[in-house]
Design a protein around this ligand. Structure first.
Ligand SMILES: NC(=O)c1ccc[n+]([C@@H]2O[C@H](COP(=O)([O-])OP(=O)(O)OC[C@H]3O[C@@H](n4cnc5c(N)ncnc54)[C@H](O)[C@@H]3O)[C@@H](O)[C@H]2O)c1
Length: 271
C-alpha cells in the first residue's frame, strides 16, 4: 500500500539536516511548503539551514540534536509539536564512516558506526512512531546507501553492515506501517557531493577498495528533490542513478556469477 503525502503544511523533522543530503532534503520539503525542524549535532549548521529556508519564504527552526541520544530525539519531537502542532515526516539521515582493514577494525569503530547509523533509527522509532501510529498518517524516511544494496567497500565493513541493516529494517517497517496509514522511504544514494569526508575515522592502513558502484556523482540538491518527491508520492525506494537497477537485477539473477566476476576484477587489480 502506498501513501502519497500532501507536503503543503506538513511538519517535517530531519536529523543530520545541517549539511549534504539532510540539508538539501529540508530545503526540498520547504520548497513544497512543508514546515521543517532542521536538526544537527552542529547547532550553527542547523540554524543556518533554517535561515536558508526562511529566505525562500518557508517556516523552519534549527536545533542541536545528537541522533545517538534518545533524550535529544524526544526534545526534537517536543520542539516540532510546540512549533507546528504535529509531526508528519521523520527523516532519519545521520551517517558516519570508519575506514580500516576488515581484520583490524576495533570494536570502537564498529560501535560508533552502528550507534550513529543504525541505533539512531531504533531510537527514532521509539520516539516518533507512537505519534504517527496514533494519527494514522505520516512518513518515515531512512537514509541508507547504495552500499546497503550492493556490498562494495571492503574498507568500510561497519558502514556496509549498517546500511544493509537500514534497508532491511525499512522494508520490514514498511510492512508494519503501510497498513496503518504511514509510509516509508529508504534512500539509497550512490556517490553524492557532500561534507561526508568530515565524518570519516581512519584506522591503520586502508587498502584501495571500490567505494561504490562506478556511477556518476550527483549533487545533494538532486537527492533532496528525489526524497521530497518520493514522500509526496508514497514511494519506498530512492536510487540516485538508474544504472544501479541493472546491477541489482544482474546480481539477483545469479549472485554466484556476479560475485565471482567482481572477485576476479579485484584479483586483476592486485596483479
Ligand atoms: N555523500 C554520499 O556519497 C552518500 C552516499 C550514500 C549515503 N549517504 C548517507 O547520507 C547521509 C547524510 O550524509 P551526507 O553525505 O549528507 O553527509 P554530511 O557530512 O554532509 O552531513 C551529515 C550531517 O550529519 C551531522 N551529524 C553527524 N553525526 C550526527 C549525530 N550523531 N547527530 C546528529 N547529527 C549528526 C553532521 O554534523 C552533518 O551536518 C548519511 O547517512 C550517509 O551515510 C551519503
Amino acid at each position: 500500500m502506498t501513501h502519497p503525502l500532501e507536503l503543503t503544511g506538513a511538519a517535517v523533522v530531519v536529523t543530520g539536516g545541517g549539511s549534504g543530503i539532510g540539508r538539501a532534503s529540508a530545503l526540498a520539503f520547504a520548497r513544497r511548503r512543508a514546515r521543517v525542524v532542521v536538526s544537527d549535532l552542529d547547532a550553527a549548521r542547523a540554524q543556518a539551514v533554517a535561515a536558508e529556508i526562511a529566505v525562500i519564504g518557508g517556516d523552519a527552526i534549527g536545533l542541536r540534536v545528537d541522533a545517538t541520544s534518545e533524550a535529544d530525539l524526544t526534545a526534537l519531537r517536543t520542539a516540532c509539536l510546540e512549533r507546528f502542532g504535529r509531526v508528519d515526516v521523520v527523516m532519519n539521515n545521520v551517517g558516519v564512516l570508519a575506514l580500516g582493514a576488515p581484520e583490524s577494525l576495533p570494536d570502537e569503530a564498529w560501535q560508533r558506526v552502528l550507534d550513529v547509523n543504525l541505533m539512531s533509527v531504533a531510537r527514532s522509532n521509539r520516539v516518533f512512531l507512537p505519534l504517527l501510529l496514533a494519527q494514522g498518517s505520516g512518513h518515515v524516511v531512512n537514509t541508507s546507501s547504495a552500499s546497503g544494496l550492493l556490498a562494495y567497500g571492503f574498507d568500510r565493513l561497519p558502514y556496509v553492515a549498517s546500511k544493509h541493516a537500514i534497508v532491511g529494517l525499512s522494508e520490514a517497517l514498511a510492512l508494519y506501517l503501510g497498513p496503518r496509514g504511514v509510509g516509508v522511504t529508504c534512500v539509497c544514494p550512490s556517490g553524492v557531493i557532500t561534507n561526508i569526508v568530515e565524518q570519516i575515522a581512519v584506522y591503520g592502513e586502508v587498502a584501495a577498495s571500490p567505494r561504490a558502484p562506478d556511477h556518476p556523482l550527483v549533487s545533494a540538491e538532486a537527492v533532496g528533490e528525489l526524497v521530497a518527491e518520493a514522500v509526496a508520492k508514497g514511494r519506498f525506494l530512492v536510487l540516485t542513478v538508474p544504472e544501479i537497477r541493472d546491477e541489482l537485477v544482474g546480481r539477483a539473477g545469479n549472485l554466484e556469477a556476479y560475485l565471482q566476476a567482481r572477485i576476479a576484477e579485484q584479483t586483476e587489480g592486485r596483479s
